[in-house]
Design a protein around this ligand. Structure first.
Ligand code: SF4
Ligand code: SF4
Length: 275
């Protein structure tokens, strides 16, 4: 089965926001009015009801000219996803296409995925059951995995009228991005492909006109060490010793202690969050 990549060439984006609207429509996400942010950008960041946000960045280029940089921002669908590693309920999984999805029935709303995503693109939503009891669920871009299942592209890609977004085979998209960077180097000397290897590469890759930090992206994102230790060592050993059900209860407690130290972990790694 092919692994797929959403290719985003930010230099072709004209900031129309049709991708945001297409995502809302396809995924039946409610409108979310926001306060004026002092810029043309509509939402500060992705939320549980807004899975992609068009960033408008005012940037002074090398010639001293002010220019707008745009970036369609959403889940990266990491190959080595911190959100998947830290989830104590195994509610987050990889699909055969390379996308990362959340099982809403299994999610308990603990928020460890939110705390550990190096790109800050996953959020919790509050709900109330019929007795008024509050509960939470994590939400983010699914890369329209339900559309891919039907042989369609993600809705944002289908709607993009400038060709800034494409969807296709992983190797072909990476090659395309590398070729595109060569073409635009004259105009954008800092242009680069953003497909960070610290998270094993991603399934949303970018052709950026500037350094990642200009777009608020970590230069060298990594899966936090605590997440690796938790998923790859602590959980399997715990399950083998005390059984899966008991481990789920113990796991929730231990994970709480483990991941509440995110700030410390970032210091220790220099890569858990934005650098
Ligand atoms: S970008 Fe964040 S939410 Fe998306 S797969 Fe990677 S770690 Fe998970
Ligand atoms: S909120 Fe907790 S249970 Fe739900 S997906 Fe995130 S880590 Fe898993």
């Amino acid at each position: 089965m092919s692994k797929y990549v959403k290719y985003v060439d930010v230099t072709k984006c004209d900031g129309c926001r049709a991708c945001m609207v297409a995502c809302k429509n396809w995924n039946d996400l409610p409108a979310e009015p926001t306060d004026f942010l002092g810029s043309v950008q509509s939402h500060a960041k992705t939320t549980a009801d807004t899975w992609n946000v068009l960033q408008f960045i005012e940037h002074e280029n090398g010639k001293g000219d002010l220019e707008y940089l745009f970036r369609h921002s959403s889940c990266f669908h990491c190959t080595d996803a911190a959100c998947e590693k830290v989830c104590p309920e195994n509610a987050i999984s990889y699909t055969k296409y390379g996308t990362v999805v959340i099982d809403q029935d299994t999610c308990v709303g603990c928020g460890y995925c939110v705390q550990n995503c190096p790109f800050e693109v996953i959020s919790l939503k509050e709900y109330k059951d019929k007795n008024g009891k509050e509960y939470r669920k994590a939400h983010k871009c699914t890369m329209c995995t339900d559309r891919i299942d039907e042989g369609l592209q993600p809705a944002c890609v289908t709607t993009c009228h400038t060709g800034a977004m494409e969807f296709g085979d992983q190797d072909a998209m990476i090659k395309k991005a590398e070729q595109r960077v060569k073409e635009i180097k004259g105009r954008y000397p800092n242009a680069q492909v953003y497909n960070p290897q610290g998270v094993g590469g991603t399934h949303t890759i970018y052709v950026l006109a500037e350094r990642p930090s200009v777009y608020g992206l970590p230069e060298n994102p990594k899966v936090p060490t605590s997440a690796v230790v938790w998923k790859d060592y602590a959980q399997p050993i715990g399950k083998a010793m005390i059984g899966a059900t008991t481990m789920a209860v113990v796991g929730a407690f231990v994970a709480n202690k483990f991941f509440s130290k995110k700030a410390n972990d970032e210091d220790e790694n220099g890569g858990g969050g934005h650098e």
